[in-house]
Design a protein around this ligand. Structure first.
Ligand SMILES: Cc1cc2nc3c(=O)[nH]c(=O)nc-3n(C[C@H](O)[C@H](O)[C@H](O)COP(=O)(O)OP(=O)(O)OC[C@H]3O[C@@H](n4cnc5c(N)ncnc54)[C@H](O)[C@@H]3O)c2cc1C
Length: 393
């Protein structure tokens, strides 16, 4: 097989896993990243991300997660520490689950695919998960498969693996423009005036991708999402940790709310998988007025024990949103030598074990059973993955 020199722009989970996979296939690989890997502003850099296989009616992503889950469990053995905490995931609903609901459709598809899950009602929720105001949630289910991953730590571990495998990671290198010979992309320039030539350039710049490649702005854009951490008192920690408090979603398709068990130091993360705010990721980030009040209102209603918990951290983290919520992994049809791998749309981290493989197959022009869904495409109806709380036609 022909090997070549491949240049990757961006050291988040897309970039690092693509680098690892291509290096493993014998290519020479260089990765450019403006900051440290992991970069503090990167979407992949966080204390926790949800790992779930529940995708409403979307059997494609459920199947892709069935394969990813097995790899996550394998990584727990291989990487020498827990990178996937399989706490199970709770799916609560504000009304009885019904056709068309994210939870109902996920539940039906899980049963159809032979997965063991437990239906829950308020009485069960109250008994098993005492921190919750169970009266709010008459229905739902527990999927024992799934949980959370310390995403920033995962990127650190995989970057170390990449370096050990011979990937040349250059920190402090900011892509500014492509170098082209006619239509063909033959390298990139960086802010320090450097030129980096390669046989193929793979842009994995997450939410910054359509800023760097403006012809994508009609199909990929940046959306800011709020994340907050609160401090759970040590005396109450067990109440907010598994088995009493696994990863959860609270009618997420209609509210956006989801969250995590408290960490060992009492840090509890709350976030919203909702419409967010369109913002330019290159500009200073300010949390919109009233956001904390919105978070505390959720606590007051659903997790009353946390309504006055001290907030210890807040952050705007950016989705690389595609118009349809599917990732964007393909060769640029107008620019031979350029591959784009981005568009995580707020739900790609859980596929980390497969993202690098899909991208590497695209780079090498090899068939991949998932790649068709991420191929270059015309803008169509604007929508999002089924768990996301957005306006739908
Ligand atoms: C608030 C929030 C919550 C999320 N929760 C979940 C979840 O629970 N489960 C889940 O599966 N997914 C979740 N996601 C989605 C997931 O985090 C992303 O889809 C994924 O991490 C994207 O990875 P990436 O490598 O494409 O982007 P990033 O991790 O953002 O990496 C892009 C990299 O490109 C670099 N870069 C930028 N500009 C340049 C340049 N000019 N030159 C070189 N490099 C550059 C950046 O510094 C950065 O390191 C969430 C995302 C957010 C924002």
């Amino acid at each position: 097989m022909n090997t070549s020199h491949i240049l990757i722009v961006g050291g988040g989970t897309f970039g690092i896993n693509t680098a690892l996979e291509l290096r493993g296939r014998g290519h020479a690989v260089t990765l450019l990243e403006p900051g440290p890997v992991p970069h503090p502003d990167a979407a992949s850099t966080d204390i926790s991300k949800v790992i779930r296989m529940d995708y409403g009616r979307d059997e494609f992503y459920m199947e892709m997660m069935e394969e990813s889950l097995a790899l996550w469990r394998q990584w727990n053995q291989e990487l020498g520490e827990a990178v996937f905490h399989e706490t199970g995931v709770l799916y609560f609903t504000l009304d009885g689950m019904g056709p068309g609901d994210f939870e109902y459709e996920s539940y039906q598809l899980l049963l159809k695919r032979g997965h063991a899950i437990e239906r829950l009602n308020s009485a069960e929720i109250s008994k098993r998960y005492p921190a919750w105001n169970a009266a709010m949630y008459p229905d739902g289910y527990l999927n024992p498969q799934g949980g959370w991953s310390p995403s920033g730590r995962v990127v650190t571990l995989l970057a170390a693996r990449a370096r050990a495998a011979g990937v040349n990671i250059i920190e402090g290198a900011r892509f500014t423009e492509l170098i082209q010979d006619g239509k063909r992309v033959i390298g990139v320039r960086t802010a320090d005036g450097g030129e980096h030539l390669a046989d193929t350039v793979v842009v994995c710049a997450g939410t910054w991708t359509s800023t760097l490649l403006p012809w994508l702005q009609n199909v990929i854009w940046s959306t800011a999402q709020p994340v907050m951490h609160f401090q759970v008192p040590a005396a109450e920690l067990a109440r907010y940790q598994p088995p009493l408090f696994p990863v959860w979603t609270a009618d997420v398709g209609k509210t956006g709310w989801y969250g995590f068990p408290a960490q060992a130091d009492g840090t509890l993360k709350l976030a919203n998988h909702g419409p967010g705010w369109p913002m330019d990721p290159t500009l200073p980030r300010f949390m919109p007025e009233g956001t904390e009040a919105m978070f505390r209102k959720f606590f007051a209603e659903s997790l009353p024990g946390l309504k006055d918990a001290p907030r210890t951290f807040e952050r705007l983290c950016f989705y690389s949103d595609t118009f349809d919520g599917d990732f964007w992994i393909d060769q640029d049809p107008e620019r031979p030598g350029l591959v784009v791998s981005a568009g995580g749309s707020g739900h790609a981290f859980k596929f980390t074990p497969l993202i690098g493989k899909v991208t590497a197959d695209v780079v090498e022009g090899k068939p991949n059973k998932y790649a068709h869904r991420f191929a270059w495409r015309e803008r169509g109806e604007v929508t999002a993955e089924e768990a996301r709380f957005v306006e739908r036609k």
